[in-house]
Design a protein around this ligand. Structure first.
Ligand code: MN
Length: 211
C-alpha cells in the first residue's frame, strides 16, 4: 500500500442513527475527528518506513514503540482503525444476538442484558478518553476497556464490538452524561450481526490454523 490511507465510508446514512446519535455528532465525529486521524497519519508516514504498510501492519509495528515519533503514528493509526470498527459496531436496524454468538453470551454473561451491563460499566469506569470493547479469546467472550487510542487489536486480540467513550462521541447529544449515551447506544443501536461475523472469523481462523 503505497497509496495513502483513506477515510472508509460510513456503513449507513449520516442521519440513520438518530435520535441516539445525531447527524450533527456524525458531522464532527466522522468528518472532523476521524478524517483528522487519517490526514495526520498520512502526513506522519509520508516517505518513511511505514509508508508501504497496511493500516493493520502499522498498528502492530508501532504498538510497543518507545520513540515519540512512532507513538504518534500508533495513536493516529489506531484511532483510524478504532473509528472504522466503531461505525461498523453500530447500525440503525434492530439486531439481536443469534446462533453461536447467542450461545456464547448465555455461557459467559448469563444473557444479553448481563453483557450490556458489563460493557456499560467498562465504558462508565474508563477514566478519561478511551474505548469499551467486547472481545473474544479462543471463543470466550470478555469485556475490556482501553485508554486513548489503545486497542486490543494491537495485541492480536479478536474484537467483536466497540463503543467510543471519548467526549467527542457524545457531548453534542448528551453533554456530560456518558452513562446515558452508553445506555442508549448499547440498548438500541449495537450491530449484533457484526459481532457475530467477527466471532465467526475467529473460529474460521482457528480451523484454518489446525489444518
Ligand atoms: Mn471518536
Amino acid at each position: 500500500m503505497s497509496a495513502l490511507c483513506k477515510l472508509a465510508p460510513l456503513p449507513w446514512d449520516e442521519k440513520a442513527l438518530e435520535p441516539v446519535i445525531s447527524a450533527r455528532t456524525i458531522e464532527f465525529h466522522y468528518h472532523k475527528h476521524h478524517q483528522g486521524y487519517v490526514d495526520t497519519l498520512n502526513k506522519l508516514v509520508e516517505g518513511g518506513k511505514f509508508a508501504g504498510m497496511t493500516l493493520e501492519e502499522i498498528i502492530h509495528e508501532t504498538a510497543d514503540a518507545a520513540a515519540d515519533a512512532e507513538k504518534k503514528i500508533f495513536n493516529n493509526a489506531a484511532q483510524v482503525w478504532n473509528h472504522d470498527f466503531y461505525w461498523r459496531s453500530l447500525g440503525p436496524q434492530k439486531t439481536v444476538p443469534q446462533g453461536k454468538l447467542a450461545s456464547a453470551i448465555a455461557r459467559d454473561f448469563g444473557d444479553t442484558a448481563g453483557l450490556i451491563a458489563a460493557l456499560a460499566e467498562a465504558g462508565k469506569s474508563q477514566f478519561g478518553s478511551g474505548w469499551a470493547w467486547l472481545i473474544s479469546i479462543g471463543g470466550k467472550l470478555q469485556i475490556e476497556k482501553t485508554a486513548n487510542a489503545q486497542t486490543p487489536m494491537a495485541q492480536g486480540i479478536n474484537c467483536l464490538l466497540t463503543v467510543d467513550v471519548w467526549e467527542h462521541a457524545y457531548y453534542l447529544d448528551y453533554q456530560n452524561a456518558r452513562p446515558k449515551y452508553l445506555e442508549e447506544v448499547l440498548g438500541k443501536i449495537l450491530n449484533w450481526d457484526f459481532a457475530a461475523e467477527n466471532l465467526e472469523k475467529e473460529s474460521q481462523a482457528v480451523l484454518a490454523a489446525a489444518q
